[in-house]
Design a protein around this ligand. Structure first.
Ligand SMILES: [Zn+2]
Length: 154
């Protein structure tokens, strides 16, 4: 998965997505993640990451869309052991987040994972996950939305 071309050399604060094609606009650490998804023009199904053909109806009439930057936790698991090849230091949660009426995205949640519950509202935020060769690599992570309680009804 080293398809990303090295185009800009010599910049010390070069920010790159860890995975290419996920963001609809240049990701900025600390900001909400603006993720690129796809919607099927034939049946309306949405996907992340974008795909060329609809997995629901096989139509090739797909359009890029910007996905909501928040959603609710549909399922999660707590990771207690370091996974091979992962830079993530446990414990943390791997969460599946349902983005409104859109698709489910999988990411990690570090802060407050011990309090995590199903249906918790989380935001998707851009975070620097790796610094290497004078590049900062960013990904999107989930962060529990402030307030803590479930008082903010929908
Ligand atoms: Zn479709």
């Amino acid at each position: 998965m080293n398809a990303a071309a090295e185009t800009t050399k010599g910049q010390s604060e070069d920010i790159r997505p860890l995975s290419a094609g996920q963001f609809i606009a240049a990701p900025t650490p600390g900001e909400r993640a603006r993720l690129r998804g796809a919607r099927c023009r034939a049946c309306g199904e949405t996907f992340f990451p974008p795909r060329r053909y609809c997995a629901a109806c096989t139509s090739g009439e797909m359009e890029d869309i910007e996905l909501p930057s928040s959603g609710s936790v549909e399922s999660f698991t707590i990771v207690h052991q370091q996974l091979p090849g992962s830079a993530m230091i446990p414990p943390y949660a791997i969460v599946n987040v349902r983005l409104g009426a859109g698709p489910v995205v999988q990411t990690v949640l570090r802060e407050g994972h011990e309090m995590l519950e199903l249906d918790d509202d989380v935001a998707l935020v851009v975070e620097t996950v790796l610094n290497e060769d004078s590049h900062s690599y960013v990904a999107f992570i989930a962060r529990r939305l402030a307030g803590g309680s479930k008082e903010e009804g929908k």
